[in-house]
Design a protein around this ligand. Structure first.
Ligand code: NDP
Length: 282
């Protein structure tokens, strides 16, 4: 049976470290790292994320501002808020919760956030920095995966790493971070031929496709490390990953559960990025 990577425990340990650094920072500079979270409309999942982010800010001792805007907010109004936050001395990180209502242009918002306050690392300036390995901010979910691997003592250098999923927020930056850690990286997607065969080569498999229980034991090498980024809702409302945990766990050497694996790490990495942004502002 695999070792279960406890994302909740690792996340709590990192948050305790962030809190300690925050207190030291506040003592030295007389202000606290500040995060602004913008949400437009009433998507229930987004509202939960925003609430969790606010709670995480309190936990680590940050200053935070939350902007809950009505669904009919115009692009001009949203842009004006981003401009105001870009100029604010109290705010070091700005996060606009996606997806936005259809009439708003997500890309315009991403481009408008000052790259120095872009704690999601979505701005092309930060994406480019990730590519060359000279980054200010690590994209939160892939950074969470890297922290889980590191704190579980899993070596990446020279390992066959297979990332399934090529989105801009998970798959692509994940592949880059594994590459910077000297993994031999393969990226798969919906057009990949012989997916099971490619996955069976993986010493480290990162599953990020958004399909419940898709990865079964026959796709996994004996002793592989299996990281499940997927977050899918079953018909009964339960959260489940992309990996069929029951069949895969006996075969893997390490595995992340869902919930309680990668999920708790994402917001923790957002806190880490906000602390970094505050440090870079002084
Ligand atoms: P996207 O929908 O943006 O991307 C999904 C990717 O998976 C695409 O690249 C797609 O390929 C690929 N894909 C879909 N079906 C298959 C298949 N059958 N075989 C191979 N590849 C496939 O999703 P995200 O990257 O945003 O998220 C992925 C998952 O991670 C979701 O479950 C999401 O909820 C979760 N997530 C979890 C987070 C956390 O904090 N734990 C944070 C962010 C996301 P193609 O490009 O060819 O279409």
């Amino acid at each position: 049976m695999a070792n279960i990577i406890d994302g909740k425990a690792i996340s709590a340990a990192i948050r305790a470290e962030i809190k300690e650094s925050t207190e030291a920072f506040a003592k030295e500079y007389g202000f606290r790292p500040g995060l602004a979270v913008i949400i437009v409309g009433e998507d229930p999942a987004s509202q939960v994320y925003v609430r969790n982010k606010r709670r995480a800010c309190e936990e680590v001792g940050f200053y935070s501002e939350a902007y809950e805007l009505p669904a009919e907010t115009t692009q001009e109004e949203l842009n004006a808020l981003v401009d105001k936050l870009n100029a604010s001395d109290k705010i070091h990180g700005i996060l606009c919760q996606l997806p936005l209502p259809k009439h708003l242009d997500e890309n315009e918002v991403i481009m408008r956030i000052d790259p120095k306050k872009d704690v999601d690392a979505f701005h092309p300036t930060n994406v480019g920095k990730i590519m060359i390995g000279d980054y200010s901010f690590l994209p939160c979910t892939p950074a969470g995966v890297m922290a889980l691997l590191e704190r579980s003592g899993i070596e990446i250098s020279g390992k066959e790493c297979v990332v399934v999923g090529r989105s801009n927020i998970v798959g692509k930056p994940q592949a880059m971070l594994l590459l910077h850690s000297h993994g031999t990286v393969t990226v798969c997607h919906s057009r990949t031929k012989n997916l099971a065969e490619v996955c069976r080569r993986a010493d480290i498999l990162v599953a990020a496709i958004g399909k419940a229980d898709f990865f079964t034991a026959d796709m996994i090498k004996e002793g592989a490390v299996v990281i499940d980024v997927g977050m899918n809702r079953r018909a009964d409302g339960k959260l489940t990953g992309d990996v069929d945990f029951e069949s895969v766990a006996p075969k893997a050497s390490y595995i992340t559960p869902v919930p309680g694996g990668v999920g708790p790490m994402t917001i923790t990495m957002l806190m880490q990025n906000t602390l970094t942004a505050a440090k870079q502002s002084v």
